[in-house]
Ligand binder design. Structure first.
Ligand code: FES
Length: 99
């Protein structure tokens, strides 16, 4: 399964881009788990999180064009290829996706 993640570091990148990651949908239950697993391998990726219960909203992201919370989005409900980007209302998307 392929996951495309929005990336942008204004200090390094001329423009935003999507970075693809190959993931195993059987390994993790929730999208946040997948992103944290990728972050463990790619330290330049950043995401906010706090409660992991769908309460605080800190991990709100745009998933295949719809806003949602990564911590309560089951991987099994997603299609073969999915895209994650900051919510359109977020002003701080650069700090979400790159360090
Ligand atoms: S981490 Fe709090 S809503 Fe997802």
């Amino acid at each position: 399964m392929k996951l495309s993640i929005f990336r942008f570091d204004p200090d390094r990148d001329k423009k935003p881009y999507m970075q693809d990651y190959e993931i195993d949908p059987e390994t993790d239950r929730m999208l946040l788990d997948v992103i944290l697993r990728i972050k463990a391998q790619d330290d330049s990726l950043t995401i906010r999180k706090s409660c992991r219960e769908g309460v605080c909203g800190s991990d709100a992201i745009n998933i295949n064009g719809r806003n949602g919370l990564a911590c309560i989005t089951p991987v099994r409900e997603l299609r073969n290829r999915w895209c994650c980007a900051p919510c359109r209302a977020s002003r701080s998307f650069a700090t979400w996706w790159s360090t």
